[in-house]
Design a protein around this ligand. Sequence first.
Ligand code: CO
Length: 215
Amino acid sequence: MEMINRMIEGNRAWVESKTKDDADFFERLSEGQSPEIFWIGCSDSRVPANEVTNTEAGDIFVHRNIANMVVHTDMNLLSVLDYAVNALKVKHVIVCGHYYCGGVHAAMNSKQYGIVDNWIRHIKDVYRLHEKELEAIQDEQKRFDRFVELNVYEQVFDLTKTSIIQNAWHSRNEPKVHGWVFDPRTGKIVDLNITFDSNTQMPKIYKIDSEIVKR
Ligand code: CO
């Protein structure tokens, strides 16, 4: 069967399996969402948030883009982040990168890809910040893997610099911000253990006060 038809068939089967032991599943789903998790992941088809974490519809609020980037002028990201943090009041924000990320790989060479080069530029900035460490890794695969991890680290850090996250920390000491990497070689998620839940370890220059300046 063609994929496009398989999808509709798959949906029918899914509805059936959901309601088999839980008749009210869709009634609850229609009443609203209260996910505890906000996921920022890569658009890559191999890393679907719900499937790789064995979670359900309603569990995870999701934003995906090329190479799971947190670009602080990206209105799409900022709007989703604001909704997740201030309306849904999520407890955790996860940046989940993945090894073999095409966006990260593209940032490692000097090929021109077109319009996406403007997006990839942000990933190249991560390389420049960690150039010493990355250039010291001789093995190309290991350097690629490490670049993926460092990119996640910088995106987690970029999240903590936003007024949205810092204001939430000021008012409710949440959310925790995590950095994970999905490994398509094993299917496993690696926790990079770079969780932030306050601005105490943040360089002073990025800290912002809880009140807006009165003018
Ligand atoms: Co990717």
